[in-house]
Write a protein that binds this ligand. Structure first.
Ligand code: ATP
Length: 234
């Protein structure tokens, strides 16, 4: 859980099913490129717009926590996972899906109206943001920084969609982020790594190694808990 503090706070949500080095490079390079004081990773409890994750929320959270343990400048927010799981057993609850807008409202309450919050997304996630619950309200709660991702060119801004209009009106650069608590959209480039959680799951289901695609701590967790190895992976 990120404590109230100072400086730009990056918020990086994802299914993290499982966390891989593409996620970690995004978080790390966002911190460098955007001058973030801290990046907080937020594993999704019950993602609204995709299939039920293959791995339980408690395991996805545990992998993120282990990968980031004692890494200065990074933290984990368990809020969505806690909301989606029964405390004693870790089983899924019938809770409503986790929406990023609710998470940002919670973070905003925690950090006050002035602290700049920066929602971090890959280009593929940003391109689909119009499908998100109350998506326009996201810009009132945080800045949005969009990282490059191989195979997902950032094409918004040129057309006539509502997102194109938001992008054109809000587009900024890293240096703008400290000047306001929310409202800018800032594209930034990161090292191109063509890694996805689904490809990691496919390798595991096929009995192949994922070493160097995921951090060692995640590899150990997957091995010791026998995750993703069954044929129902896809
Ligand atoms: P899946 O393959 O299951 O769709 P994923 O690898 O895209 O999973 P998510 O947990 O859904 O992982 O992604 C969380 C965020 O990280 C999203 O905003 C996504 O765009 C971004 N992201 C994931 N992998 C990369 C990558 N290799 N490069 C840049 N951004 C990435």
């Amino acid at each position: 859980m990120s404590e109230p503090g100072a400086g730009l706070l990056g918020l990086f949500g994802g299914t993290f099913d499982p966390l891989h080095v593409g996620h970690l490079r995004l978080a790390l390079e966002a911190r460098e490129a955007l001058g973030l004081a801290e990046v907080c990773l937020i594993p999704a409890g019950k993602p609204a717009l995709r299939e039920t994750p293959q791995c339980a929320a408690a395991d996805r959270l545990a992998m993120v926590e282990r990968a980031l343990a004692e890494l200065p400048g990074f933290s984990v927010d368990a809020g969505e996972v806690l909301q989606a799981t029964v405390p004693a057993t870790g089983a899924a609850t019938s809770a409503a899906p986790s929406y990023t807008v609710d998470t940002l409202e919670r973070q905003r309450r925690l950090h006050g109206p002035q602290r700049p919050l920066v929602l971090l997304l890959g280009a593929d996630a940003f391109a689909r943001i119009e499908a998100w619950h109350r998506w326009r309200e996201l810009f009132g709660l945080a800045h949005v920084a969009v990282a490059t991702r191989p195979g997902h060119e950032l094409r918004v801004g040129a057309g006539a969609t509502a997102l194109d209009a938001e992008f054109t009106a809000r587009r900024g650069v890293a240096g703008d982020l400290a000047g306001a608590p929310a409202g800018r959209i800032v594209p930034f480039a990161i090292t191109a790594l063509e890694i996805s959680a689904s490809a990691v799951r496919r390798r595991l289901a096929g009995g192949l190694s994922v070493r160097y695609l995921v951090p060692e701590a995640v590899l150990d967790y997957i091995d010791s808990h026998q995750l993703y190895r069954t044929s129902h992976g896809h």
